[in-house]
Design a protein around this ligand. Structure first.
Ligand code: BGC
Length: 518
């Protein structure tokens, strides 16, 4: 039976709590962690399309690219594993560091992990901005990757824990909003620097500029307090209650506080989160911690984010026109994120996933047909008219908007809210690692895919979008409006997943009321 007919049980919980300025600012500061990820996602594609940068570091690619005539096969002119390794190496580092960061978020808290991300990212920016050879470039990329691993591990969990549950979707999506702002700033900088500054200075400023988002998250997290859940996890009950009172701005937070304490007590019984997460009772969530980030990357969005300038150059745009078109996709990406921020807690997660999926699928088919008609198998487009180029850019923008109000933000929201506290850090680390592995794979194989699959490139992603939409339709319970520490109830009552829970689990979860009195 499809999961669509399923209505979740929230356990009847209605914690009091207002939409306060404090919680808003706290979330904004934390969400700036998304800037470093976004800046990096957006910067490398533009830099690798700058001729001076290619000449300095990848002269072979430069020679190959500049010797291709307009009448030659355009699909393969950027096919270089070394060049893609420059982009993708960072995601391997992020993968490794997210495992360490999961221990840090649990042992030291979410906030120190965010601070570490700022320091590592700023260090990476300095090394990259001053790079003299490919080794320095790669070392810089690795440091940036360590920073991103820490931020992506700590920020989404922090946001989901701090936000009042009724607005959790919107607050958590601030992270994605800042990712898109980071991408946009990077696109803008690439365009301005390549066009008006040029030379070595252009790419040095683009890469070195990463220090700014690094410092923002570092300074931002100095002003934050940790999440109440994290304070309780580390035994600081008084501090946690105090925090909760300030965040919710009501006189009595006992019910929520007691439930957090209870979740924490249960979590303490679990000594090895990494082993426990593979237990049968966490199987449903584990499936999602793996599949959601994998599917997010298999939408093909990062082909646009990383390689839009390369893609636009391939379909016949000049260097500046390519960077300008990427800028347009960056603006659409950011603006469309607001749609999900304003609708996710009303429409729910499932509807957005399915609507965005349909929109992306239609655009992928249209883009494939458009490229096939012009470039065919030979990759020689002849003369490209302005109308044709404009139409391709328009459909790429509609595709980007579809991602931006569905799989983009939901890809971070859903995994951060479905796990019980005892395995939350470990699960988020799986989520980040899988995301990074697939980001790496897409970044690494894109130019080869374009070269070999030609216009069929987007068809692969379109097939994946169909599969992931069926997966969501059948298996994802709606998590809108469910308090985070009550989430097990939605799995327990889901027609497909309930078989993973037995009577004993239910007994453990029967709450002993008022563990900690007011
Ligand atoms: C994804 C990134 C992607 C970005 C685009 C994020 O949610 O994790 O891989 O580049 O969205 O906005």
């Amino acid at each position: 039976m499809a999961g669509g007919a399923f209505a979740p049980a929230s356990g009847g919980k209605e914690y009091p709590g207002k939409f306060t300025g404090r919680v808003f600012l706290t979330c904004i500061f934390a969400a700036t962690g998304g800037l470093i990820f976004g800046y990096d996602l957006g910067i490398s594609g533009g830099v690798t399309s700058m001729d001076v940068f290619l000449k300095d570091f990848f002269p072979d690619v430069y020679r190959k690219e500049s010797s291709v005539k307009p009448s030659d096969d355009q699909y393969c002119k950027f096919d270089s594993q070394i060049l893609t390794l420059f982009t993708s190496s960072l995601y391997l580092a992020a993968l490794v560091s997210s495992i360490g960061a999961s221990i840090a978020t649990r042992t030291y808290g979410r906030r120190p992990t965010m601070m570490a991300s700022g320091v590592l990212f700023a260090a990476g920016a300095i090394v990259n901005g001053l790079a003299k050879n490919v080794v320095m470039l790669i070392v810089g990329r690795l440091l940036l990757g360590f920073g991103i691993g820490c931020a992506n591990q700590s920020v989404p969990i922090y946001l989901s824990e701090v936000a009042p549950y009724k607005f959790r979707g919107a607050f958590n999506m601030m992270f994605q909003l800042f990712i898109t702002i980071g991408i946009l700033i990077a696109n803008l900088l690439n365009y301005v620097l390549a066009r008006w500054v040029g030379g070595d200075t252009a790419w040095r400023l683009s890469l070195g500029g990463a220090i700014v988002p690094g410092l923002i998250i570092l300074l931002g997290s100095c002003f934050l307090s940790d999440s109440p859940n994290s304070e309780i996890e580390r035994g600081n009950y008084e501090k946690a209650k105090d925090l909760l009172l300030k965040l919710r701005k009501v006189d009595n937070v006992d019910e929520e506080f007691n439930d957090l304490v209870e979740a924490s007590e249960k979590a303490k019984l679990v000594k090895h989160a990494w082993l426990n997460i593979f237990k049968r009772k966490y199987r449903p969530q584990l499936v999602f911690a793996f599949c959601i980030p994998m599917f997010q990357q298999l939408t093909g969005m990062n082909v646009i984010v990383f390689y839009a300038p390369v893609l636009f150059k391939t379909i016949g745009f000049g260097s500046n026109a390519s960077l300008f078109s990427s800028l347009i996709t960056g603006i659409v990406n950011m603006l469309a994120t607001f749609v999900s921020i304003f609708t996710v807690d009303k429409l729910g997660r499932r509807k957005l996933f399915l609507m965005g999926g349909t929109q992306m699928f239609i655009c992928q088919i249209v883009i494939t047909i458009a490229i096939a008609m012009k470039f065919g198998l030979s990759g020689n487009p002849g003369v490209i008219s302005g109308t044709y180029a404009g139409a391709v850019v328009a459909f790429i923008c509609i595709y980007v908007a579809g991602f931006a109000w569905s799989w983009g933000p939901l890809g971070w929201l859903v995994p951060s809210e479905i796990f019980p506290l005892e395995v939350r850090s470990a699960a988020q680390s799986i989520n980040v690692s899988v995301n990074m592995i697939f980001t790496f794979v897409i970044a690494q194989i894109f130019t080869a895919m374009l070269c070999h699959l030609k216009f069929g490139l987007f068809i692969c992603f379109a097939v994946c979008v169909v599969i992931m939409s069926i997966f969501i339709h059948r298996l994802l319970p709606e998590t809108k409006g469910i308090p985070i520490e009550e989430m097990t109830t939605v799995w327990r009552s889901h027609p497909h997943w309930r078989k993973y829970f037995d009577e004993d689990d239910a007994k453990v979860e029967t709450r002993p009321k008022d563990i900690v009195s007011a």
